[in-house]
Design a protein around this ligand. Sequence first.
Ligand code: ADP
Ligand code: MG
Length: 574
Amino acid sequence: MTIITRLTQETINRIAAGEVIERPAAAVKELVENALDAGATRIDIAIEGGGIARISVIDNGSGIAQAQLPLAIERHATSKLRDDALIHITTLGFRGEALPSIGAAARLTLTSRPAHQDSAARITVEGGVISRVSPIAAPFGTSAEVTDLFFATPARRKFLRSIGAETAACSDIVRDLALAAPAVGFAFRVDGKTQFDLPPQDRRARLAALIGHDDAAQLIPIDTGESPLTITGFIGPASLTRAAARHNHITVNGRPVRDPMLRMAVRLAYREVIPPGRHPIAALWLNLAHDQLDVNVHPAKSELRFAEADAVRSTLIRTIRAALASPATSQAAPSLRYYQPARPSMALQRGFAEREIATGFDLPAPALRPITPAPDSSPYPLGAPIAQIFDTYILALAADDTLILVDQHAAHERLTEERLRRERDQSGIARHALLSPIPVDLPAPDIDRLLVAAPDLAQLGLDLESFGPGAVLVRAIPAALDRANPAALIRDIADSLADHGSAVALTARLDAVLIRMACHRSIRAGRRLTAEEMSALLRAMEATPRAQTCPHGRPTVLRLSRDALERMFGRAGL
Ligand code: ADP
Ligand code: MG
């Protein structure tokens, strides 16, 4: 016979705490949303130790009356929900869950003073235990201070990533919020250091302050005008990409969201115009009727459900593509911006090299290192190397008068990857036993993931085992990577396993590991190569199928034929 009992309120709160506040960034988000809901015009945010040690959010909003303070930290108590059908939700909060959840997991001190109240009052919750309300001197507005997050829910604490990763997540959330509400002044401090301190601004100025003025100057404005789905904001041109998707800010009806469907739509819109592995910049504000949107689908309110999801997705994609294709935008980057000697390689990547050379921009002496004497014409498809440029690209000349440029790192990465794959498929990847095994310390979740994957990693030539609570011991690495730093390699593989979580099929995860490994062995961009090394690389590329792109899909080789040159100089047909 089973016996059904009611959970205590304390247990209920702890369970909910795990859903609503899954990491420090979620607590930051809830506290800042409360400040915005309170009509603040200035919000000061500070975190310490990744937000685990301390989070402080101070606002100048409407405040909480002394008599209401105990209610504010009670579950399902809210001043916001006027619509029991949950349709017309205009505030960021509405469930009355954030403060009690934070109070159940941490030590929370709430100090508040509404405009009509002579002095402020304070209440404290520690692991769900509530103190009495006491008067205290404080300015108008509300201050929420959270310390020792998850001290009362150690299971949750175990799943946190490194302090650095938690800090980055908090910082991403604060940026999203600062963009969603540019008219509100925002200051953000990390471990005592000011990250930004922004006055009330318009959207473009706020964006520029957050992503940098250079990049912001190139952005393309978007404005669909009034329609059932209004989309406004800014997107980056295809030439302006970043290595991470951090600058993909979407605000829906004033609510900053990280909604997978919307993010995927942005990626799709750019798919054909930016290289794989790169991410566009976008800051978009979507507005639609409240009954077209359900915000109550995710405990952290970061995902949405649209009544007409397909229409939203296709409108978003179409709008971005149209903006990317409009003639005005292909001229968007004023050429003057490129005459900055400090960033010659950036300019080259963006295809403006001609202008710099034409204006007499001097290449710094070591940028081009010719091979002397110049080699004879070469029978090989990728030709003979004639110089190394920026210590990064090999310039070669083929017998048919084609100029060849090879990205040495990307090309070598592909060669290493192919070698590892070949070994794996034939005889198994050869391992190189370390003379003295190397301990690598890592956060617990990373160790767990590595140990779970250990039998599969062994197939890839990587032997590791458990080594006390905070470390793994590396005994062997693939022979092809004998010059790699084992600790850096293991940390990267741990990241790769975290990125490609268990939801992804094992083969896909191991493929990602293999590609990461290849990167570790490869010749770095920035390394000087001898003429022999350059030739060897070109010859190995000719012998390797798929050598035309790197494992991430970027090209490894660019070609400029004599015909193409003559056309560009207007000599063709003379
Ligand atoms: P919700 O935001 O969903 O209502 P919370 O637990 O976040 O739930 O907050 C509970 C209540 O406490 C809010 O409804 C609001 O009345 C009050 N409150 C919380 N933070 C603030 C703040 N910074 N300024 C004014 N009132 C606040
Ligand atoms: Mg709230």
